[in-house]
Write a protein that binds this ligand. Sequence first.
Ligand code: G3I
Length: 339
Amino acid sequence: RESLAEHARRSGRYFGMAVKSRLLREDKGYRAAVARESNILVQEYELKRGTTEPKPGQYDFSGADQIIDFAQAHGMRARGHTLVWYAANPPWLEPAVMQAGPKDQRRLMTSYIDTAMRRYAGRITEWDVVNETLEPNEGRADGMRAESLWMKAMGEQYIDLAFRRARKVDPAATLYLADFGLEHDSPRCERRRTAMLKLLDRLMSRNVPLDAIGIQGHLKPYKEPFNQRQFADFLHTLSGYGLKLAVTEFDIADRGGPPSPEKRDREVASFAKAFLDVALDNPAMQSVLCWGVSDKDSWLSKYPEYKWPDGQLSRGLPLDGNMARKPFWDAIASAFDAA
Ligand code: G3I
C-alpha cells in the first residue's frame, strides 16, 4: 500500500509528521518511515527558542538544520514551529523581556524572528509565527492567555508585531496562528473557539498579515465528544476570513479507551476518520501533520495526563512502536481519498 504522502498528494495536499533530529540520525526504521510516509515535516522541538537560542544571541540551529536538510533531500516541504510562544523559551528570555523597555522588548521578539526566518527562507515555506495565544481558564474576558510573557510585556499587540515582522522578513512564507482545543463539542473547546473568532475579528480589523490557522488536532475522544457539524461550521467560519487551514499536530489520546489494543486501535481509527472527513472536506485545508512518527516516540506516552499508568504505549499515532501501520493509518488514507 502506498504512502500517506501519496494519498495526500492525490487530494492536492500534504501529509507529514513532527520529527526529532536525533531519531532521524540514529534510528533507521524511524528514518525510513518518515521518508516513506511524508511530504512535509515539522520539528518537534528543534526550532523552539529554548533549543535554538540558549544564550542571548548565541544560536544553535543544528537540530533544525538536520531536519530541514532531510526534508530537502527527500523533496519534502517543511514548516517552522514556532517563532513566538509562551513556552519552551530559554530561561534568560522572560527576565530580559520583563526588565526591558518597550523598544527592547520588541527587539527581543523580532531578533529571533529575523534570525530564524532569514536562515530558512525558501526552505521553510510556512511558520507557526505565534503559537497558543488562547487560554480562557486564565480569567481574561477575551479568553487570551494572560500568563504569556509576551502578553504581559506588550498586551495582545505582540501578535500584530510578530506577524508584521514575519511578513517583512519572508514575504513568501505562509504565516500561521496555531492553537489547540478547537476541535471537540465541549465547553472547554467552545470557549476557545469563541475566543479565537473574536481574536481574528480584532486582528483583521488591524490588518494583521495572518495567512492561516493551525488547528493542532490533539484529540481526546475518550474525554470529550466530537460533533462533525459543529467542527465543520467552525472551519467554514475560519476559511470565511480568507484563511488557509492545516491540522498541524494530529494525534489521539487513547487513555480511557478499552483495554484491548486491537479494539482501541479500531476506535481511534474511527475517531480519526470522523475528524478528518470534516477537516479535509474544507477546500482551505492544506495539510495534515501528526505530532510524532510512531507510538514509541509520541509525547502521549510520556505526558502525565495521557500516558498509560501501566507503562503501555499510547496508540495515538498511525504507526505502532514497530513502525507498523495501524487502522489509524488506513483512516487517514481513506479520508484523503474521499477528499
Ligand atoms: O532535549 C532535552 C534533553 O537534552 C534534556 O536532557 C531533557 C531533560 O529535560 O529535555 C530535553 O528536551 C525536552 C524536549 O521535549 C525533547 O524531548 C524538553 O525538556 C521537553 O519540555 C520537550 O517537550 C516538548 C514540549 O512540546 C515542549 O517543547 C515535547 O517534546 C513536544 O511534544 C511538545 O509539543 C507541543 C507543541 O510544541 C505545541 N502544542 C502542544 C504540543 C504537546 O505539548
